[in-house]
Ligand binder design. Structure first.
Ligand SMILES: Nc1ncnc2c1ncn2[C@@H]1O[C@H](COP(=O)(O)O)[C@@H](OP(=O)(O)O)[C@H]1O
Ligand SMILES: [Mg+2]
Length: 292
């Protein structure tokens, strides 16, 4: 991979919007099936941009926090912003790569990670995702997580259910119940494990297996019953988790901080999430030995 030279062409920021013009309440908390499919279509447009870049020689800039930024992140960000602005005019958008203006508390907004798992993208292991979440009153109420290289699209809305679409069709997502007679299937970061995860796994009171996966796909694997638990001790930001949390919650799971409180979202909040656990079987939340 060749490093990019010079600064990124833009950080994507646009002029602050006139907040009195934002018709936030015009977007109902309950999205329609059509609106949900629109979110999927916007993610798929971004997926096509990403796959065009993926097909060529890959290179990256280094961001201020030392994380990589590629042409694909920026191209995906641009088409997602354009798509959301057309379909949901006036709704504030906060993306990893851009924002609609100054951050101030607002009831309803979009949280976007145009390319989650940029490191996986650069390693060409296909485990990267496009993430779009609609936040209303601190919670992700509708979302899409698209893995363009895998051809898998996970989407959900609180009143519509959680589904996965792939070449083999569309299925309803449902988490698995943890069966104490079998090893607990843990899923964790491929690139951001850390010593704390190793120590926590060593102290886990039950037999377990460990599977590494990149990006927000980890939540989606739990949502489809292929894993039970995702412990995250390394840093993540609000846009990394919101869309996948919605998919997992609607599929019957939970995402909590280490005190057992659900992760919440807001422009007035810290962008860095607390450490968290994503559970398939919600009974595990109160089981001794999982949360500290
Ligand atoms: N030091 C740090 N600060 C904030 N977020 C970090 C971080 N290190 C990793 N992350 C987040 O972890 C994500 C990758 O997680 P994983 O290793 O589970 O795939 C990254 O997503 P991006 O690829 O979108 O930047 C990034 O947002
Ligand atoms: Mg990310």
């Amino acid at each position: 991979m060749a490093p990019k030279t010079g600064p990124p062409p833009t950080d994507g920021r646009v002029a602050a919007v006139d907040r009195t013009q934002i018709g936030l309440d015009d977007v109902a908390m309950k999205v329609t099936e059509e609106q949900l499919q629109t979110l999927c279509a916007i993610a798929e447009t971004a997926g096509r941009e990403i796959m065009e870049v993926y097909a060529g020689e890959l290179s990256a800039w280094e961001k201020a926090d030392a994380s990589p930024l590629t042409e694909a992140d920026l191209r995906a960000d641009k088409v997602i912003r354009a798509g959301l602005e057309t379909a949901f005019p006036g709704v504030f958008i906060l993306s990893e790569e851009s924002s609609s203006g100054e951050l101030a508390p607002t009831e309803t907004f979009f949280l976007v990670d145009p390319l989650d798992g940029t490191k996986e993208f650069l390693k060409r292991n296909d485990e990267f995702t496009v993430n779009i979440a609609l936040i209303h009153q601190d919670r992700a109420v509708a979302s899409v997580v698209l893995a363009p290289a895998l051809g898998e699209c996970f989407y959900a809305a609180t009143d519509l259910g959680a589904r996965k679409r792939s070449a083999s069709g569309t299925t309803e997502l449902r988490v698995a119940r943890y069966d104490a007679g079998t090893p607990l299937r843990i899923i964790g970061s491929r690139s951001h494990g850390g010593e704390k995860l190793g120590a926590w796994l060593a102290g886990l009171p039950v037999e377990h297996s460990f599977l590494a996966a990149g990006s927000s796909l980890k939540f989606c694997r739990i949502a489809e019953g292929q894993a039970d638990l995702y412990p995250r001790f390394g840093p993540t930001c609000q846009w990394d988790t919101a869309a996948a949390q919605c998919v997992l919650e609607v599929a019957g799971g939970a995402v909590t901080d280490l005190q057992g409180q659900p992760l919440r979202y807001g422009l007035e909040r810290e962008m860095l999430n607390p450490e968290f656990m994503a559970f398939g079987d919600k009974d595990l939340v109160s089981r001794p030995g999982f949360l500290s």
